[in-house]
Design a protein around this ligand. Structure first.
Ligand code: F3S
Length: 278
């Protein structure tokens, strides 16, 4: 049985950067993190084990320093955080780019439309800086908001971890409807590369394993990419692997979300090798 890991899998630049900043700052400062630093339980647990507290409400902050996560937050929340503690900003520069672009669109009189998941922390941060953004996830959502889109000046940004193909289809529709269409494809390079590499392997593999947090948007999108081509399992850790998945399988493809640590990938490969030998 052949096992192949996708060329681009695991930690992206933004996640690695956020973790490095927190580890460095925690050596000399008492800090707390405002929400999950990244959407991966292994990473979050390892920070907790280092004694770093994660707080979900501003009122619960007790440390002198508070970390803004890789997903960023809106300006009003930042102001409230500043009143409680010193800010340590780990927001990914790619997410900041979406914030700045969408604000500029609004300033120039465009109705801003965000392609993304409205319950996701990144989208909440982006929309929190705007007056009246429209958040859509599919073509049906365009129809629901037709009055706000048709013959209007539309500025469109995308959640950094969205699906490339789906985004293309949505923007083609929007382009036809809007009187003016300013589109910034803000899907980040790490997301694009992970989706392309996963697709390449999924086309050949008998099964695909996608490793990453259940709440990780980019991991969920990787699963969607892979399951178009082959049987795909989304797992958070090696413990979830089942021996029967590998019966009569010759080629196992593996990919991992942008917040999945190498140790999780390594343990999955070790366990598959164990199944092979036992
Ligand atoms: Fe940044 Fe993209 Fe990673 S937005 S945190 S580089 S998935």
């Amino acid at each position: 049985m052949k096992i192949k890991l996708a060329d681009n899998a695991g930690f992206c630049f933004g996640v690695k950067r956020a973790i490095d900043i927190v580890k460095k700052e925690a050596k000399t400062k008492k800090l707390e993190i405002f929400g999950d630093l990244v959407h991966n339980p292994v990473v979050v647990d390892s920070l907790r084990k280092k004694g770093i507290k994660i707080v979900y409400k501003i009122d619960d902050i007790t440390a002198e320093n508070i970390v803004i996560t890789a997903h960023n937050t809106d300006d009003k929340t930042k102001e409230l955080l500043k009143k409680k503690a010193n800010i340590i900003d780990t927001a990914c520069p790619h997410v900041k780019h979406v914030h700045n672009t969408s604000k500029e669109m609004e300033k120039q009189g465009y109705q801003v439309l965000i392609i993304g998941k409205k319950e996701h922390i990144e989208v909440q941060g982006i929309s929190g800086n705007l007056t009246n953004p429209i958040i859509i996830l599919n073509k049906e959502d365009i129809i629901k908001n037709l009055d706000l889109v048709k013959n209007k000046k539309i500025g469109c940004v995308v959640q950094t971890t969205m699906n490339l193909e789906k985004t293309k289809k949505i923007t083609e529709e929007l382009k036809k409807l809007a009187s003016e269409f300013w589109f910034e494809n803000t899907i980040c390079d790490a997301t694009r590369k992970r989706q392309e590499s996963a697709q390449k392997i999924a086309k050949e593999a008998d099964i695909m394993l996608v490793i990453g947090g259940c709440n990780s948007s980019n991991t969920i999108e990787l699963k969607k990419v892979c399951e178009k081509y082959t049987t795909t399992y989304h797992i958070e850790s090696a413990e979830e692997l089942k021996r029967e998945w590998f019966e009569q399988v010759n080629f196992v493809g593996i990919t991992a979300g942008a917040s999945t640590p190498n140790i999780s990938i390594k343990r999955v490969i070790e366990k598959i090798n164990y199944f092979k030998l036992n």
